[in-house]
Design a protein around this ligand. Structure first.
Ligand SMILES: Nc1ncnc2c1ncn2[C@@H]1O[C@H](COP(=O)(O)OP(=O)(O)O)[C@@H](O)[C@H]1O
Ligand SMILES: [Mg+2]
Length: 223
């Protein structure tokens, strides 16, 4: 799997000047982390220095801490508002670091600002979105945002197989709905994430070639 993206990218004309940020967004379990790593590694190996950034909100970490402290989850530890504030602040810091720290390399963002708006909407805290948008609007828009689309039931199966956390089907459905409801959704480049990792990576490379004519032109057969 590792060598295939490299060889396709290596065949591409090298004009990286126009691409600074690529964001991968989508519901938990859709494959963002897997694909963001593959993309950053593949581009770097092809001579287009790219760096992976994990723009996490810390929810999983806080869930684990809550369990250690005898609570069922983070929400029961610090309350819904506390959790929303914690997550929004942590993700803001992560995205800020990613934007200042890439130093010339293409930043491959595993989650971005829109993920925070989705989190607020899907947890019934949409009233905070206006404030979150004020705080997050300092961040430049990605040159392209890939929405990895996977049916929530399949995402849940992958999360269970991953074995690091749990997510209810209901929440995954709310999260998927929230992505489509965002004003930014018209700009998302939707990637069918149902195939295996190599197939999904192929679709992403294909879309990079199609959508960014002045940037990286990724050629080669689709996976
Ligand atoms: N295309 C795929 N097909 C099957 N399993 C996958 C695929 N992509 C990722 N996975 C696995 O599914 C789980 C969720 O993927 P991950 O990249 O962590 O998703 P996300 O970051 O969106 O939550 C991981 O265990 C990962 O190894
Ligand atoms: Mg992830």
């Amino acid at each position: 799997m590792g060598s295939e993206p490299t060889s396709e990218l290596a065949a591409a004309p090298r004009s990286p000047a126009r691409i600074r940020r690529i964001a991968l967004v989508g519901i938990d379990g859709a494959g963002k982390t897997t694909q963001a790593h593959l993309l950053a590694e593949g581009m770097t190996a092809a001579g287009l220095p790219a760096r992976y950034w994990r723009n996490a909100g810390g929810r999983r970490w806080l869930d684990r801490l809550a369990v250690r402290l005898g609570r069922p989850d983070a929400r029961r530890l610090i309350g819904r508002s506390g959790l929303m504030l914690f997550e929004a602040m942590l993700r803001w810091l992560a995205i800020a670091r990613a934007n200042v720290g890439s130093s010339g390399a293409i930043a491959v963002m595993d989650r971005y600002a829109v993920c925070q708006y989705v989190s607020l909407r899907s947890h019934g805290a949409g009233g905070w979105e206006r404030i979150a948008r004020l705080a997050y609007r300092v961040f430049p828009r990605p040159d392209v945002t890939f929405l990895l689309w996977l049916p929530p039931a399949e995402a849940r199966r992958r999360i269970e197989a991953r074995g690091t956390d749990h997510e209810s089907l209901e929440h995954l459905v709310r999260s998927a709905t929230a992505y489509w409801s965002l004003p930014e959704s018209t700009e998302f480049v939707v990637i069918d994430a149902r195939g295996d990792s190599a197939q999904v990576a192929g679709l992403i490379r294909q879309q990079l070639a199609d959508r960014l004519p002045g940037g990286v032109s990724v050629t080669g057969p689709p996976a």
